[in-house]
Design a binder for this molecule. Structure first.
Ligand code: UDP
Length: 323
């Protein structure tokens, strides 16, 4: 039986997609260079340690296994680091994806679902943001993801590549089992930082700016549960023969930084120490999705629309985490 190759399947969103695909009867194979991923996150699935910059390893992978489609998560994703070391991002994200597409072409694999981002839009001209919003990324991370999206369009036209690029908003939460979840080193994302501060593992959480033009002065983001993201990847795989293009994945619900902190305090039953600081550079006031295309094209519907329910899964993971 042909397999689905999950490139970067040991990472946060990749491992949740892996679990979801297996639960839906897919035969899967994970490849990951384990630079930021965790082998524990793959659980009992087949894991090949391979790097996208290693052409021989890709040849070995595609010649050993019969691969029907690729779901591609393998990328670096820290905005600040992409500004200080863009070469790392262009090499790993853009050159790595180019190598992957070329390996797919050599071995006659023409289906890919890709992990893209709302960072390809840059500063919002309007919210909610739909897929027609202009794409002018404001950091190298977003530029690398946009370059890859453009590669797909060109490979589609020239070589018949079937692709769907999913533009995530803010991935959050953890699998209901609490066996897998978010584990970044260093951690930069708001929800895990808040939960770790509640647990006493961090002194406090810094609120980056309280003077934005939003109802409570803090930034609005669209937090989407990682299991809802995982389900969208399966639906995208199933739609590849009929649709190629770019699809936003968000709940469409804006939540402020202070609302996240309040919700976390309620879920955990403890207070979160906070410090109000300056704005973080490059942070837009409001960023949330128009998810009409995901609903209409993929038949996707987020199951988690309540921020407390999302945070509860992240909290269970924080209490149980093994990696
Ligand atoms: N944020 C914050 N303090 C932190 C980390 C994040 O106030 O320590 C804010 C950040 O300014 C943004 C929101 O929380 O408005 C979500 O940030 P995160 O880094 O989680 O995701 P991003 O939106 O940057 O992808």
């Amino acid at each position: 039986m042909a397999k689905i190759l999950i490139m970067g399947g040991a990472g946060y969103i990749g491992s949740h997609t892996l679990k979801h695909l297996k639960e839906h009867g897919y035969d899967v194979l994970v490849a990951d260079n384990l630079s930021t991923g965790h082998k524990e996150a793959v659980m009992d699935s087949l894991l090949i340690t391979a790097d996208l910059l290693d052409e021989n390893a890709l040849n070995e992978l595609f010649s050993t296994y019969q691969i029907e489609a690729v779901v591609h998560f393998a990328a670096f994703s820290l905005v600040g680091e992409s500004v200080s070391d863009p070469a790392k991002y262009y090499r790993n994200n853009v050159v790595g994806t180019f190598n992957l597409l070329e390996a797919m072409r050599r071995f006659g694999v023409n289906k890919i679902v890709f992990s893209s981002t709302c960072a390809t839009y840059g500063q919002p001209h309007y919210v909610p943001m739909d897929e027609k919003h202009p794409q002018t990324p404001i950091n190298p991370y977003g530029q690398t993801k946009l370059a890859i999206e453009n590669m797909f369009r060109d490979y589609h036209q020239a070589y018949g590549l079937k692709y769907i690029a999913l533009r995530y908003f803010n991935a959050a939460g953890a699998d209901e089992s609490a066996l897998i979840g978010e584990s970044h080193h260093p951690e930069t994302h708001l929800i895990p930082l808040v939960l770790q501060a509640v647990k006493g593992e961090r002194e406090n959480v810094k609120i980056f700016g309280s003077d934005y033009e939003t109802p409570d002065g803090t930034c609005l983001r669209d937090y989407i549960h990682v299991s809802d993201l995982a389900a969208a990847h399966r639906l995208a795989l199933e739609k590849l023969d009929k649709y190629q293009g770019y699809i936003n994945l968000g709940t469409g619900i804006p939540t402020s930084v202070l609302e996240i902190i309040k919700a976390a305090e309620k879920v955990c039953g403890k207070t979160c120490p906070i410090v109000k600081t300056e704005r973080r550079s490059g942070d837009p006031a409001k960023l949330y999705a128009d998810n009409t295309v995901a609903k209409n094209i993929l038949g996707w519907q987020p199951k988690y629309t309540d921020i407390e329910a999302i945070i509860r899964t992240a909290w269970n993971w924080e209490l149980n985490r093994r990696f």
